[in-house]
Write a protein of this length. Structure first.
Length: 210
């Protein structure tokens, strides 16, 4: 799936030799899953994890969601974004699938970290949108990188994925990392008064298919 010319896809970082480090049962209110952690070739454990369902070795068209960490939304239930809503939709979808994966990436605030994200919130309260706030702080609008997601999928041994996303950069990032993205499925949560502007910015400035 091509990316519109208004979007830029950054060259993926070189990430070789990622392997499964540990895996354990994860019984949850949504069903029975497995949590998987990873290690790189230098012996460093990754902060990113996968929540998986089913036997993945060689599996094709695996229901897959890449979810970037959002402390305010995922944990505290903030209405400023749709992150928790999308995460809950993704969990429900993999729970209903024979095979499924959520890659939970520690890329808070589109890669700027929680402290800077709070500063960006402060700027948004005086009229800037999410893209303008990041740029004002001296960052690109989106610093996230998906090479680690591609490496994790290779380590899990999947043959191809069905990626549940509205963000075309995630598709291109996985494909740049050698992952077969069979197709895309939209994952759209209902908007709220508090996040309507945020969603409009994702659509109009970040190219999300909303």
């Amino acid at each position: 799936m091509p990316v519109p010319h208004s979007l830029s896809v950054r060259a993926p970082k070189v990430l070789r030799g990622v392997a499964v480090f540990a895996r354990a049962r994860l019984p949850s209110r949504h069903g029975e899953f497995e949590i998987v952690s990873f290690i790189d070739e230098a012996g460093r454990t990754l902060d990113d994890v996968a929540i998986v369902r089913g036997e993945l070795g060689g599996a094709a068209e695996v229901t897959t969601r890449i979810h970037s960490e959002c402390l305010t939304g995922d944990v505290f239930g903030s209405f400023r974004c749709d992150c928790r809503d999308q995460l809950e939709l993704a969990i429900a979808r993999i729970a209903a699938s024979e095979t499924g994966i959520i890659l939970y990436l520690r890329q808070e605030g589109r890669g700027i970290g929680i402290a800077q994200k709070v500063r960006a919130y402060q700027l948004q309260q005086v009229g800037l949108d999410t893209v303008e706030a990041n740029l004002h702080l001296g960052f690109d609008d989106d610093l996230r990188d998906y090479s680690v997601a591609a490496a994790m999928l290779h380590a899990l041994g999947v043959s191809s994925v069905v990626l549940h996303t509205n963000n075309l950069r995630k598709i291109e990032g996985l494909r740049a990392g050698g992952v077969d993205v069979h197709r895309r499925e939209a994952i759209i949560a209902p908007s709220r008064e508090q996040n309507a502007g945020y969603l409009a910015t994702k659509r109009d400035k970040s190219g999300h298919l909303l």
